[in-house]
Design a protein around this ligand. Structure first.
Ligand code: FAD
Length: 301
């Protein structure tokens, strides 16, 4: 059996596995796709001490660092269930069962997509999901934020300080963001809000050049010329495969300051947790913290 079995091979999982292996304990890492969301990222400029890098390059060095240690890397393997008897038993899609004394879940999250034409094709070419990451790439340009909840309105306020103009498109008749955020948004000179707006297409050939939406009240179609679209309609944590683990309203795993869950010996790190900010540097810190937590659990049990 493993001492520490990490589920998920993004920044959080890689960090957790390295910290565990450095303790000289038996460590494994199971990943559906090693690298995680970073593989879908073009430009990374906020990983402190690295001025600029690209997702695939970052993942290659992540992998190199993991391979420097005695870690069983089981890539392209999806976990489908977790039981705890005398030990944890992790079930894989291929039918295999892996046993471990402790488990760190770092299965990350995925951005909810609009599912309109142009969204997939223009991802990283003007379609973005992370304002902290990609906002500065749109300096001086016109952009839209799709979604008028807290994350959409926070994104719009953030972007308004960088870009030329922000149009917020909310599907419902009213934005759902907290009032204080809405007030702040309405105080900004370079923001327009459209409610009852159903985004129907993102257009552009090499890069985004606009979007179309239907005014759900008048049923008229409109077009806006712009260079960026930030989709902010929610982040879905990859926790569907787990049972009996405490999660919050939106399915994120609830952790304490040691990244421990409600189940002794089970830790969680990165975007899959209820920690509020989802960034590479935070996921890595979280992975390290979870791993040290798991090590502490092991020496006490
Ligand atoms: P993830 O990266 O989501 O990794 C999850 C891992 O778990 C993957 O290996 C996945 O395959 C695996 N997995 C999922 N389910 C299962 C399962 N059932 N069984 C086995 N394995 C499973 N952050 C920044 O700091 N800077 C940026 O510039 C930046 N740009 C971004 C751009 C884009 C387009 C996106 C999508 C995100 C960006 N982020 C950026 C956010 C950052 O990528 C995430 O915060 C970070 O990757 C979270 O790491 P994680 O390890 O928690 O999860």
């Amino acid at each position: 059996p493993y001492d520490v079995l990490v589920v998920g091979g993004g920044p959080a999982g890689a960090s957790a596995a390295i910290y565990a292996a450095r303790k000289g304990i038996r460590t494994g890492i199971v990943a559906e796709r090693f690298g995680g969301q970073v593989l879908d990222t073009m430009s990374i400029e906020n990983f402190i001490s690295v001025t600029h890098t690209e997702g695939p390059k970052f993942v290659a060095s992540l992998e190199e660092h993991v391979k420097d240690y005695d870690i069983d890397v089981m890539n392209l393997q999806r976990a489908s269930g977790l039981q705890k008897n005398d030990m944890f038993e992790l079930e894989l899609d291929n039918g295999a069962v892996l046993k471990s004394k402790s488990v760190i879940v770092s299965t990350g999250a995925r951005w909810r997509q609009l599912g309109v034409p142009g969204e997939k094709e223009l991802q990283n070419k003007g379609v973005a999901y992370c304002p902290h990451c990609d906002g500065p790439l749109f300096e001086g340009k016109d952009v839209a934020v799709v979604g008028g909840g807290n994350s959409g309105v926070e994104a719009a306020i953030d972007l308004a300080g960088i870009v030329k103009h922000v149009t917020v498109l909310e599907f419902g008749a009213e934005m759902k963001a907290d009032e204080v955020l809405q007030n702040r948004l309405h105080s900004l000179p370079n923001v327009t809000v459209k409610t009852n707006a159903q985004t129907t297409e993102i257009t552009g050939t090499d890069n985004v050049d606009g979007l179309t939406y239907i005014d759900r009240e008048t049923e008229e179609e409109h077009r806006i010329d712009l260079e960026g679209v930030f989709v902010q309609i929610g982040l879905i944590p990859n926790t569907e495969w787990l049972e009996g683990v405490e999660t919050n309203r939106i399915g994120e795993i609830v952790v304490n300051k040691a990244n421990a869950t409600n189940i002794p010996g089970l830790y969680a790190a990165g975007d899959v947790t209820d920690n509020p900010n989802n960034q590479i540097i935070i996921a890595m810190g979280d992975g390290a913290n979870a791993s040290l937590g798991a090590f502490d659990y092991l020496i006490r049990n």
